[in-house]
Design a protein around this ligand. Structure first.
Ligand code: SF4
Ligand code: SF4
Length: 266
C-alpha cells in the first residue's frame, strides 16, 4: 500500500488536539489526532478520524434552533465543509472535523504544557486515525518537539508501509502499537484487512530497539477470551508490554452526528 496512491496528502487534517490526557502513553500528555486510516474497524470510537478530509458533523441534541448556521452557509447545493456554520453555532451543535497546521504550529501547541508534563514522565502523542500515514510531517513535528525536550509517542495500528516507520524512528521515543487479534481471517472481518503487514512491521520495529507497548482494545464478540489470550501470549513470548483497552461506545454520538450532517461535496 502506498500513502500517496491511497489518497493521503503529505500534511494531515487534524481532527482533535487534547491536552492533559492520561490515556495516550505514559504520564500526562498532549495528543494530536490525524485524520485518515487504512483500516475500517467496526468498533472505531473515533469515526471522525477515518476519512482523510474535513467532515461536517451535526449534533441534533445540542441545537437551539437559532438559525445562525443557515444564515451564514454559502452553499445551496450541499455542504462544502467550509466550517462557517461551526464558527457561529452558539451551542456546539455544528462542528467541522479537520484542519491543517504547519509542523511549527502543531509542535508549539503540543509543547505548550510540556513543563508541567515532564515531571510526570509525560509528553506528546500522535494518534488518529492513523498518524503513521504522514511520516514526513510527523517526523518534522516530532523533531521540533525533541528539540524542546518533549518525549514523543506515536499511537499506530501499524497498517502502513514499513518505510513510514523508518522515516520517523529518529524522533519517536515510544510506539503504542495496536494488535487487535492474531487470526488473519478474524482481523479482516473486524477491520477490513488482514494483519500480515501489521505483524511484519512489528517484528521489524522490534529489531530497532525502540520502546514499544502493545495495546489491544477488548471488543465484545470479536476478540474476547481465547483470542485476547493469544495476543497476551504473543507479547509475553517477545517480552513486549501489553495493555488491554476497555471497550466503550463513545464513538456512537459522533457517528450519528457525521451521518446527520451528510457527506460534503468535494
Ligand atoms: S460547513 Fe457546510 S453546512 Fe456549514 S456553512 Fe459550510 S457549506 Fe454550509
Ligand atoms: S447555529 Fe447551531 S444552534 Fe443555531 S440552528 Fe444552527 S446548529 Fe442549531
Amino acid at each position: 500500500m502506498d500513502r500517496e496512491s491511497a489518497g493521503y496528502p503529505g500534511v494531515p487534517y487534524v481532527f482533535d488536539i487534547r491536552r492533559g490526557s492520561t490515556n495516550d502513553g505514559p504520564g500526562i500528555r498532549s495528543v494530536a489526532f490525524f485524520k485518515g486510516c487504512g483500516l475500517d474497524c467496526r468498533w472505531c470510537h473515533n469515526p471522525e478520524g477515518k476519512v482523510p478530509l474535513p467532515q461536517p458533523a451535526f449534533f441534533a441534541g445540542r441545537c437551539e434552533g437559532c438559525g445562525a448556521c443557515a444564515e451564514v452557509c454559502p452553499s445551496t447545493g450541499g455542504c462544502v465543509a467550509c466550517g462557517r456554520c461551526a464558527e457561529v453555532c452558539p451551542s456546539g451543535a455544528r462542528k467541522i472535523y479537520g484542519r491543517k497546521y504547519t509542523a511549527e504550529e502543531l509542535a508549539g501547541i503540543l509543547a505548550a504544557d510540556a513543563p508541567f508534563y515532564v515531571a510526570a514522565g509525560g509528553g506528546a502523542t500522535f494518534s488518529g486515525g492513523e498518524c503513521m500515514l504522514y511520516p514526513s510531517y510527523l517526523a518534522d513535528t516530532a523533531r521540533l518537539l525533541k528539540e524542546r525536550g518533549v518525549n514523543v509517542a506515536a499511537d499506530t495500528a501499524g497498517y502502513v508501509p514499513y518505510q513510514n516507520f523508518e522515516a520517523v524512528l529518529p524522533y519517536v521515543d515510544l510506539f503504542l502499537y495496536d494488535i487487535k487479534c492474531l487470526d488473519p481471517v478474524l482481523h479482516r472481518r473486524g477491520t477490513g484487512a488482514d494483519n500480515a503487514l501489521i505483524l511484519e512491521n512489528l517484528e521489524k520495529l522490534m529489531r530497532t530497539g525502540k520502546d514499544i507497548v502493545i495495546r489491544t482494545p477488548e471488543i465484545p464478540g470479536f476478540n474476547e477470551g481465547a483470542e485476547l489470550e493469544r495476543v497476551r501470549a504473543y507479547c509475553a513470548a517477545r517480552g513486549l508490554p501489553h495493555e488491554v483497552l476497555p471497550y466503550h461506545t463513545f464513538g456512537e454520538d459522533k457517528k450519528a452526528a457525521l451521518k446527520a450532517a451528510g457527506r460534503p461535496r468535494r
